[in-house]
Design a protein around this ligand. Sequence first.
Ligand SMILES: Nc1ncnc2c1ncn2[C@@H]1O[C@H](COP(=O)(O)OP(=O)(O)OP(=O)(O)O)[C@@H](O)[C@H]1O
Ligand SMILES: [Mg+2]
Length: 309
Amino acid sequence: MEMSANQELILETNELTKKLGGKPVVKAVNMQIRRGDIYGFLGPNGAGKTTTIRMLLGLAKPTAGSIRIFGKDIRKMRLAILRKVGSLVEYPSYYGHLTATENLEAVRRLLGVPKSRIDEVLSIVRLTKEAKRPVRGFSLGMKQRLGIATALLGDPELLVLDEPTNGLDPAGIQEIRELIKSLPQTSGVTILISSHLLSEVEQMATRVGIISKGELIYEDSIHRLREQAQGRVRLGVSNPESAWRLLLSHGYPVGWENGRLTVAKADDRTVASIVARLVKQDFEVYRVEEETASLESIFLQMTGTEGSL
Ligand SMILES: Nc1ncnc2c1ncn2[C@@H]1O[C@H](COP(=O)(O)OP(=O)(O)OP(=O)(O)O)[C@@H](O)[C@H]1O
Ligand SMILES: [Mg+2]
């Protein structure tokens, strides 16, 4: 795969492995995240997402393998690297009696960033109006947005979010999704976001990594995953049997099923030339339909959880 200068690797793991209680839960994971990616890290419950993320953030020690962030080994440059990584892992904890601003102030002092940064991050996550309310009264969605604001305080180059929409209602999920989608433009940040639902990250991710039983079984652009979800094309034509014979005689990979012509994994060009050929020979083409497998069903097939949900 070609890689230009602005696609520099922000994060890279090499055979990253973690054993817990003697059992490997993350197995030789090689993951690559490029600058500007919104990387959807997907896997069913128990697949090893949180364990991987904890290692990336220096919260757990790998059993084997290594991690490079911003081109540097985190064993050597841990603190310098982690200063530029913002994270939200599981449910963040707050001081309920303090306001959003006061909670952010506590973290701001630790990071030593200017006071003005608080208003900036509150505005990014659209909590400016709620800034002076005690966090105790916040909805779960508002708390998650405050968590993202906290993660953004240090102006990170990499933002790591572990299932940030867990437990939110559809409106809350939509809000967080819009927010995350807007971040690369507003903050120039690269994002790793985990989820157990492909549909949840599908609309924002540029790349996806799929982990199943501790193994990274897929990593590519969302575009390539969509291509895999493309199925057969079905054509409704007049006189299908002779149309089928005509196309076969010209070497097209057509089948014939229930009175419809079928073309397996047809690209645009093949479909166009088949239709042109049929029309030229005076067949009528009534419809051209694509049988697409949903992305979600591909994900479920890959992770072997199909039918169990
Ligand atoms: N302390 C521990 N000791 C032993 N096994 C553990 C421990 N913590 C986690 N595990 C196991 O490691 C595996 C991976 O767990 P992990 O939390 O990383 O999965 P996950 O992908 O984040 O799942 P979820 O979607 O439920 O958050 C699971 O099988 C889990 O049971
Ligand atoms: Mg988890």
